[in-house]
Design a protein. Structure first.
Length: 114
C-alpha cells in the first residue's frame, strides 16, 4: 500500500519560511519522480516544484528563487524549503509520486498571513 504523508505546514507571517516534508512508503522511492503541488480555494491544483529520479528539477515561475525541492532517497523523503513566503502562497500543498502510476498525499495547509 502506497502512502505519502506530508508534514510541516502551518501559519507563517509574510517573509517567513517553512519546510515541508513528505515521507513515502510502499514504493521504490529512488525511481520515482517526486513533486509538490498546491491548491488554493476555488483554484486548480498546480505544480510548485518537482524532482526527477536523476535529480533534475522543475519549478513553477512563482517558486523560482524562493522554493527549493530536495530528496533523501535513504529516508524515502522529499522536502520543499519555502522562503520569502507571500500571502498568495497560501494553499493546501500536496506531495506527488509519479512513475507509471500517480500517487498523492493527503495535503498540508500552508497559510501566510500577518
Amino acid at each position: 500500500q502506497v502512502q505519502l504523508v506530508e508534514s510541516g505546514g502551518g501559519l507563517v507571517q509574510p517573509g517567513g519560511s517553512l519546510r515541508l516534508s513528505c515521507a513515502a512508503s510502499g514504493i521504490i522511492f529512488s525511481i520515482y519522480a517526486m513533486g509538490w503541488y498546491r491548491q488554493a480555494p476555488g483554484k486548480q491544483r498546480d505544480l510548485v516544484a518537482a524532482m526527477a529520479s536523476n535529480g533534475s528539477t522543475n519549478y513553477a515561475d512563482s517558486a523560482k528563487g524562493r522554493f527549493t525541492i530536495s530528496r533523501d532517497n535513504a529516508k524515502n523523503t522529499v522536502y520543499l524549503q519555502m522562503n520569502s513566503l507571500k500571502p498568495e502562497d497560501t494553499a493546501v500543498y500536496y506531495c506527488n509520486a509519479r512513475r507509471k502510476q500517480n500517487y498523492w498525499g493527503q495535503g498540508t495547509q500552508v497559510t501566510v498571513s500577518s
